[in-house]
Design a protein around this ligand. Structure first.
Ligand SMILES: Cc1cc2nc3c(=O)[nH]c(=O)nc-3n(C[C@H](O)[C@H](O)[C@H](O)COP(=O)(O)O)c2cc1C
Length: 178
């Protein structure tokens, strides 16, 4: 609970670099996430190249605050973990294929592992999912049969945002039946 309560979306970072060891720990936390049938569909691209970061940011509706993050982690769901002959599939916002829901579900769990382990390591993060699949995949050379679930900005926080409003227990919890 301590770590969960500490977490905020951080949109301003210090310029300090992040040690490779810490990035490795974040990746290890992702590896340990649960997934349906242990399919582990998550894949990641760690982007510390400023030129590539700038292109990613442009495609993310030019959210300028992202430029302060020393590292971006592009989080990808791979349908190969569920469909063997998927080379010709094109996964995008319009896809209704059931397995896409499963791989997004599982990849999201691993992303949240990273987010919480980042807090444990004294780092801040923010999810970004405001981009178009085809544009991001073309930029990063990601094959069509993958789905970019989100991008995490990672770095040492240079702000202390207040907790954003949350729904009450009564609004979200039912007992025994809906
Ligand atoms: C899937 C997802 C996509 C998000 N995309 C963005 C984004 O593009 N830009 C941004 O500034 N914040 C983004 N956020 C952060 C949310 O705005 C934030 O989590 C929410 O307002 C609650 O604030 P908190 O994370 O500080 O508790 C995203 C969060 C999630 C989970």
């Amino acid at each position: 609970m301590d770590i969960i309560e500490k977490r905020r979306s951080i949109r301003k970072y210090k310029s300090n670099k992040i040690d490779d060891n810490l990035i490795n720990k974040l990746m290890q936390s992702a590896i340990l996430a649960p997934s349906g049938d242990n399919t582990q569909p998550w894949r990641f691209i760690i982007v510390d190249d400023v030129k590539i970061q700038k292109e990613i940011i442009k495609l993310s509706h030019n959210q300028k605050w992202m430029e302060t993050a020393p590292v971006l982690i592009v989080c990808i769901a791979d349908i190969c973990s569920r469909i063997k002959d998927s080379d010709n599939l094109i996964l995008d916002e319009e896809s209704s294929i059931f397995e896409l829901k499963q791989i997004i579900r599982d990849t999201t769990i691993s992303i949240e592992h990273i987010v919480l382990e980042a807090v444990n390591q004294g780092l801040g993060t923010c999810w970004v999912a405001w981009f178009k699949q085809n544009e991001m995949k073309t930029l990063l050379g990601i094959p069509n049969n993958k789905y970019v679930v989100g991008i995490l900005t990672i770095g040492y926080a240079d702000e202390e945002p207040k907790q954003r409003p949350r729904k009450t227990m009564e609004e979200i919890v039912h007992k025994n039946k809906w």
